[in-house]
Design a protein around this ligand. Structure first.
Ligand code: C2E
Ligand code: CA
Ligand code: CA
Length: 741
């Protein structure tokens, strides 16, 4: 049997790891005892030793004793009883050894092995007494201790001021603190901590009295001490001790986990949650980013859509060129306004820029657009309730105050200064007043204004107020339907002779159209020509008239070689695509005679000046002469007209009719004749109804005269009778027929 010697140790809080030098050459299983080794111990000293519910011995010391006995080739028997009895069992020989704290008192009764474990003590108190942190604090206090324990012995010896409460077991020790029978208890930390949770008791002191834990054997039993030391040394060396220790370590130490262990534990428990949390956080971050970016995108899209919608709404409600309200918006607002006025009279005006097309053609689109803009601005500045541009130079406005209509026209026709050009707007205006007697809606009101406006245009007036009499005659519609059915079938020409005031001969005639409608009887050209013009049907009629007149000319020239026929040409006949040029070319190729004169009105020439110029130029080169009809009713000056390739001006009836009574008209006629001659134009006076006027015209040097005093428009057969002989004596100022009677 070899010896072992303690070579060093290392103390940690509440536990001791023992390092022993190895005893070489000792047999591992060298039975010393016959039978078994009896170890006594406390029945209530967990985790070192205790009896479980089935009466089985359990604990670290029990396992250690079993292991040591097995190593030594024997068996361990456990006698677990109250602590005092356990100690006595060894001294009485009932047991061989007992595991206990090494102390001087016990040295008298026991021999000891090397320590195999170290245990400190601590003060345990109820939470309310948590200030008892040191042995000094316990002075005068009731402190529970286990009978026969190291603590009992040491406190009674060195701390006489402490009132010891003696109990049987370590659990009872803490129970007495819990029940307030003791203020504190002092016992080994490992066992105190064992029950602390159960009673809600806390260790309030730092560990003290680290005591070696040893086996004590009956005094003088050296053989057992050696044997136990040998088994301990071997077990510590080969790890068997460690196995037992680590199996019980959690119970023995019950130490508060170190930070790193806690961290490790927390980490292991928390890791999955942490990972999930991190994943969740990442995912939520990603989602947030996706949502944020999508939200940004959506916000942007929404903003763009809103912008587009606003733009579309603006476009739907406004005219892009002038920025004024569109027709639709005007109508909608007018409806609201009319409803709010509740039958009170309200007025709408419609103004059209008449010479817009002409300005565009003469200058540029830009000039036309600028004029429309400025026109709109000027209208807006006039304090109307609302102003709108329906398009193509048609403006509408609602009036909510009294204003003279002529003032509107005057203001709107004042010269516009656009960049380098000055432009005069020509306007025509329709007015509609919603009288209190009957409520009408906005559409109807605008329609009535348009009716007034087109009636004003037809009548050559600058403005007109709507009245039922301006409504188009339904008979006009029937007439148009009839024309579509029968075309020129029921039309025929009459001729109004033109007297040459110098020679006294009828040297020409104006072809005038007649329509003998089966349904409406004889219809005046003054009614049906404008109707056909508005419906775009007049060109068809013009072609028919030109053909018929040219045909008649062939026949009439037989009677008068220098005879010519004038044909009325509508404004539309001068527009591109009317086929007038082709018709003239065709007629010239098939007809012998060429003395055809085309009568054009001032406005038809001016409206499309450059195109009209080209046509007139062509006509002159084709030996077809041109006359400006109804001269004096428009705005064109003679000098302006003379720039066109024309041959004749026809002074309108309004100047002629009363020229003998109206000095102003007399002088207009006289000066026009004089100026026209200077410009190399011949002059025809229309509507001469009396001899006095005819004579005066003759005296003035007027070239040709036309009128009832000479002849009404007559059929070709009647006209023939007037040809080939002089009928007027200019020197005497009378007709031969009358002069001869
Ligand atoms: P207009 O070209 O000025 O023709 C002269 C009109 O004055 C004719 O009326 C004629 O009958 C009338 N008239 C002639 N002398 C007198 C007179 O001394 N006193 C009065 N009070 N009236 C006189 P009409 O035939 O009814 O024609 C009216 C208008 O119809 C014409 O005016 C002309 O603008 C248009 N028109 C007639 N025929 C044609 C045609 O074939 N084509 C086109 N485009 N227009 C035509
Ligand atoms: Ca005429
Ligand atoms: Ca005329």
């Amino acid at each position: 049997m070899g010896n072992g010697a303690i070579t060093g140790n290392r103390l940690t809080q509440g536990a001791l790891v023992v390092g022993l030098s190895l005893c070489v050459g000792v047999s591992q299983a060298d039975p010393v005892f016959e039978g078994h080794v009896v170890f006594s111990g406390s029945a209530t000293y967990p985790p070192h030793q205790w009896l479980d519910e089935d009466g089985e011995a359990q604990g670290f010391v029990v396992d250690l004793e079993n292991m040591l006995a097995r190593r030594g080739g024997t068996e361990a028997e456990h006698l677990l009883v109250p602590w005092e009895q356990a100690l006595q069992a060894v001294t009485s020989g009932e047991a061989d050894a007992v595991a206990l704290f090494l102390s001087e008192e016990r040295n008298k009764q026991f021999d000891f092995t090397e320590p195999f474990y170290y245990v400190p003590h601590g003060i345990f108190v109820d939470d309310d007494n948590s200030l008892l942190g040191s042995l000094g604090d316990l002075d005068g206090r009731r402190v529970a201790v286990v009978d026969g324990s190291y603590a009992e012995k040491r406190l009674s010896r060195s701390h006489p001021g402490i009132e010891l409460i003696h109990v049987g077991t370590e659990r009872a020790c803490l129970a007495s603190v819990d029940s307030q029978d003791a203020d504190a208890c002092v016992e080994a930390t490992h066992i105190g901590r064992q029950y602390a949770d159960e009673f809600d008791i806390t260790q309030t002191s730092a560990p003290f009295w680290p005591r070696p834990y040893v086996f004590g054997v009956r005094k003088g039993n050296h053989e057992l001490v050696d044997w136990l030391n040998q088994q301990l040394t071997l077990a510590i060396a080969d790890g068997a001790y460690g196995e037992v220790y680590y199996r019980w370590k959690p119970e023995l130490e019950r130490e508060e986990a170190t930070f790193s262990e806690s961290l490790r534990k927390v980490t292991w428990v928390a890791l999955p949650f942490s990972l999930m949390a991190i994943f969740g956080w990442c995912f939520s971050w990603y989602l947030k980013r996706v949502v944020a970016s999508r939200t940004r995108q959506l916000t942007q899209e929404l903003a763009e859509r809103r912008k587009l919608q606003d733009e579309l709404t603006w476009r739907a409600e406004h005219d892009c060129l002038t920025g004024l309200y569109s027709r639709e918006k005007f109508i909608a607002d007018l409806d609201v306004f009319l409803a709010s006025e509740n039958g009170r009279p309200s007025t709408v005006v419609l103004i059209r820029l008449l010479n817009l097309e002409q300005i565009i053609l003469m200058f540029s689109y830009q000039a036309g657009h600028d004029l429309m803009k400025r026109f709109g601005e000027r209208l807006e500045a006039m304090d109307f309730r609302q102003v709108s541009h329906f398009g193509s130079g048609v403006f509408a406005a609602v009036l909510d105050q009294k204003i003279r209509y002529q003032n509107i026209v005057d203001h709107m026709t004042e010269t516009f200064e656009l960049d380098s050009i000055s432009l005069d707007a020509q306007v025509v205006m329709g007015v509609s007043i919603n009288q209190a007697d009957g409520l009408i809606d906005a559409e109807e009101m605008v329609r009535r204004t348009m009716t007034a406006f087109s009636a004003a245009s037809k009548k050559g007036k600058t403005w007109l107020i709507y009245g039922p009499e301006l409504e188009p005659d339904p008979n006009d519609l029937f007439l148009l339907q009839e024309f579509r059915r029968n075309s020129t079938r029921d039309m025929f020409l009459v001729y109004q002779p033109k007297l040459d005031l110098t020679t006294g001969y009828i040297q020409g005639a104006e072809a005038l159209l007649r329509w003998n409608s089966p349904e409406q009887g004889v219809v005046s050209p003054e009614r049906f020509i404008p109707l056909l013009e508005q419906s775009g049907l007049v060109t068809e009629v013009t072609h028919w008239v030109v053909e018929k007149a040219w045909c008649a000319l062939d026949r009439l020239q037989v009677h008068e070689r220098s005879f010519g026929i004038s044909v009325n040409i509508a404004a539309r006949d001068l527009m591109p695509g009317s086929g007038l040029v082709g018709l003239v070319e065709e007629m010239q190729s098939i007809r012998k005679s060429h003395r055809i004169c085309l009568e054009l009105t001032e406005t038809s020439v001016i409206e499309d000046y450059s195109h009209a110029y080209d046509i007139l130029d062509f006509l002159r080169s084709s030996n077809v002469s041109c006359a400006v009809d109804d001269f004096g009713t428009g705005y064109a000056s003679l000098s302006y007209l003379s720039k066109l390739p024309i041959d004749e001006v026809k002074l309108d009836q309004v100047f002629i009719k009363d020229m003998m009574r109206n000095k102003q008209n007399y002088s207009i006629v006289a000066s026009t004749i004089s100026l026209a001659h200077k410009l190399n134009l011949t002059v025809t006076a229309e509507g001469v109804e009396d001899m006095e006027t005819l004579k005066a015209l003759s005296d003035m040097g007027c070239d040709t005269a036309q009128g009832y005093v000479i002849s009404r428009p007559v059929p070709e057969s009647k006209l023939v009778e007037l040809l080939g002989r002089p009928i007027f004596d200019a020197s005497r100022g009378g007709f031969y027929k009358e002069l001869s009677t």
